[in-house]
Design a binder for this molecule. Structure first.
Ligand code: MRU
Length: 376
């Protein structure tokens, strides 16, 4: 996507060939800061502190993290250490594990002198594949928006989205934003309601920023306003991202997504999740029972960072001292509340059969895990 008219990705191999460039997303929307990462520790820190975040980008970052590790040491021990350390940064987005498995497959059986080149080639390919996957999801999701525009006689289509599943959460284009940018660029009148997405405000600080950069009309709302807007017919469609989708179509995404799905079901608003195939975890079935949900630090809830009137970036406390805090970062929307999954191979139903039929090449060799017995 373009920033100030210049094409930009969220992550890249620097021209010096020995460092990884990233946008420091903790400084947005107030500052566009580029960081140069030169070691495995740098990348581990960047993922853990959410300098880079969003499932597809976490995957690409992990791949480049393995490259940084191999720049220092190409031994098996170094490779294993890099994978273990990167895998331990954040537990929920399955793209992380997927990318590490891809890197090990590309490097493990190579002689040491070939490992770095093989790793860089695979990491670059993972980044490029992510961009083409998002472009394809944009193409497959576009007809959903066009159909609503046609039904509304050309009046603008109002999409609600939660968190940031845009190009900042991927390498470029974005997952949930893929159809939105495709519609906007295709002249379909579109407007986006952007959930602020407490506690880290990825919607207010990242989604609003990137939509503005591209000229897409948007309105930031509090997380609790979405249901009200749906009740009053202001929302035509919900499109969210995903951090892990199980074999039966349960969707894990940013905390608060489940509540949007409930409101959408109650008000008859279609609810779609944009899911690139690396985010599908065919080893899991029952999302509620099986997906690890990250819990993050209390300070993300007790404090808020923003720009003061004099331009300084400040962090202030908003919760009384010594208050107990719980900070769950993700939740699971059961497949029964999902209208469809926008994937790079088309829009498919959130069911075991449709996922298996849509991605036969990704099924576990031993077959799909058994379906959980029907709950009483
Ligand atoms: O905690 P984050 O910012 O990494 O959470 C990001 C999300 O939940 C996104 O919606 C998801 O990763 C999809 S990104 C295309």
């Amino acid at each position: 996507m373009k920033v100030a008219g210049k094409p930009m990705r969220t992550i890249w191999l620097d021209a010096d060939g020995c460092s990884i460039g990233v946008i420091d997303q903790t400084q947005l929307p107030h500052r566009l800061e580029i960081l140069r990462l030169t070691s495995l520790d740098d990348m581990v820190h960047a993922i853990r502190t959410m300098v880079v975040r969003g499932a597809p980008l976490i995957g690409a970052a992990a791949a480049y993290g393995v490259c940084l590790a191999l720049m220092a040491d190409r031994s098996d021990g170094a490779l294993d250490h890099a994978c273990q350390t990167l895998a331990a940064t954040r537990p929920t987005a399955v793209n992380l594990r997927w990318a590490l498995d891809e890197m090990v497959a590309a490097v493990r059986n190579r002689p040491r002198e070939e490992r770095l080149a093989a790793a860089l080639a695979r990491a670059q390919a993972i980044a490029d594949e992510d961009v083409s996957i998002c472009a394809s999801m944009g193409r497959h999701g576009l007809p959903l928006i066009e159909a609503i525009a046609a039904r509304k006689g050309g009046a603008r289509v109002n999409v609600l989205t939660h968190c940031n599943a845009g190009w900042l959460a991927a390498v470029d284009i974005g997952t949930a934003t893929g159809p939105i940018y495709a519609a906007h660029d295709g002249g379909v009148p579109i407007h986006v309601y952007v959930d602020e997405t407490r506690p880290r405000n990825q919607g207010a600080s990242l989604t609003a920023w990137e939509l503005q950069q591209h000229g897409v009309p948007c309105t930031v709302i509090t997380d609790n306003a979405g249901g009200h807007l749906m009740q009053h017919g202001y929302v035509d469609l919900v499109i969210v991202g995903a951090d892990r989708v199980t074999a039966q179509g349960d969707v894990c995404n940013k905390i608060g997504t489940y509540l949007k799905a409930l409101a959408a079901r109650d008000t008859g608003v279609p609810f779609y999740a944009a899911v690139p195939s690396p985010t599908i975890d065919f080893a899991m079935v029952d999302g509620l029972a099986e997906i690890p949900i990250e819990e993050r630090g209390a300070e993300e809830v007790t404090h808020l960072t923003g720009k003061a009137a004099d331009g300084r970036i400040e962090t202030v406390r908003i919760v009384p001292e010594r208050t107990a805090v719980a900070n769950y970062a993700f939740d699971v929307t059961p497949a029964r509340l999902v209208t469809g999954l926008i994937t790079e191979r088309g829009v498919i139903a959130p069911t075991r059969a449709a996922l298996a039929a849509g991605f036969p090449d990704l099924l576990p060799e031993q077959g799909l895990p058994p379906a959980p017995s029907a709950k009483p």
